[in-house]
Design a protein around this ligand. Structure first.
Ligand SMILES: Nc1ncnc2c1ncn2[C@@H]1O[C@H](COP(=O)(O)OP(=O)(O)OP(=O)(O)O)[C@@H](O)[C@H]1O
Ligand SMILES: [Mg+2]
Length: 261
């Protein structure tokens, strides 16, 4: 394992992919693996406003979400409780206060909007927050919402490593190809590739499809009964044993993943 000083700081990893492909599980396994192997100060960002499951998978409850922070700020200004200047001056402080810490990592969550409406304001703010808080960490790991929105809105523009998670279906691999096209335009990634998740049986056809689409394969993570069992009991995925198949598969690629700097 290389010294911490070998790596550029902060190193940003974003996990994207089709809905339900396993982004949050893979983000959790990466977090477990990085905290086991490296002495990095790590920030996890749950950037999924629709299904914010990262906090329960890593067993860390966010103090306050970005969405709550945003609505509080608007209310303070609208009710004249604070001037706009006062609120603007304190926004960084409020964001730092919303970061929740455990011994292995910190967590920041975008949160779900309370009322109807689109996620654009939260995504715009998230983009700014990512660039302002990332510099205090060695590594930032972002569990993105499904699909293209956060790539096209340049929320993760400054990503270093872009991981596209795909299950072993052609539809998921085709989504990965669409995402990769957008990512080439809207992000400045230095490394990207696909993690095939829930792998079982003969997947030659899927591997050929990845090659046809020129999508580099980073890893194959097996279908893991231990993940299923933990989900069945509602237990945090971060606590799965280190000899589980999915964890071992992530652990095997972790150093290669950082090998581009
Ligand atoms: N390697 C695996 N082995 C067994 N089950 C898995 C594995 N990876 C993911 N799953 C299961 O697949 C389902 C979807 O996983 P997950 O929630 O991580 O997907 P997601 O891409 O984050 O979904 P969403 O788009 O809703 O955010 C979950 O029930 C999870 O437990
Ligand atoms: Mg998810």
């Amino acid at each position: 394992m290389k010294e911490k000083s070998h790596y550029k700081k902060p190193l940003t990893i974003s996990v994207v992919g089709k809905g339900g492909s396993g982004k949050t599980v893979i983000t959790t396994l990466l977090a477990k693996c990085i905290s086991k192997n490296y002495d990095f100060k790590m920030l996890l960002i749950d950037a999924d406003p629709t299904y914010p499951h990262l906090s329960s998978m890593v067993s860390l409850i966010p103090k306050k979400s970005l969405e709550k922070l945003r609505t509080d700020v608007i209310e303070k200004v609208l009710t004249n409780a604070k001037s706009f200047e006062e609120v603007a001056e304190n926004i960084d402080f409020e964001v730092y206060n919303a970061i929740t810490e455990s011994k292995d990592f910190s967590l920041f969550s975008i949160g779900q909007p309370e009322g109807p409406g689109c996620f654009c304001p939260s995504n715009t703010l998230l983009r700014k927050v990512i660039s302002s808080i990332s510099k205090d960490f060695d590594i930032v790991l972002i569990d993105c919402e499904a699909g293209l929105e956060q790539i096209n809105r340049m929320v993760i523009e400054t990503v270093d490593i872009l991981i596209i998670v795909s299950d072993i279906s052609i539809r998921s691999v085709e989504t990965a190809a669409t995402i990769s096209k957008s990512a080439k335009i809207f992000t400045k990634y230095k490394k990207f590739g696909v993690i095939l998740n829930r792998v079982k049986g003969d997947i030659d056809y899927i591997i050929e499809k990845l090659e046809d689409l020129k999508l580099p394969l980073l890893a194959k993570i097996p279908e893991d009964d231990i993940v299923t069992e933990y989900e069945l009991k509602g237990k945090p995925i971060i606590e799965i044993p280190e000899n589980s198949r999915s964890f071992l598969a992530v652990n095997k690629i972790i150093e290669d993943l950082f090998e581009f700097q």
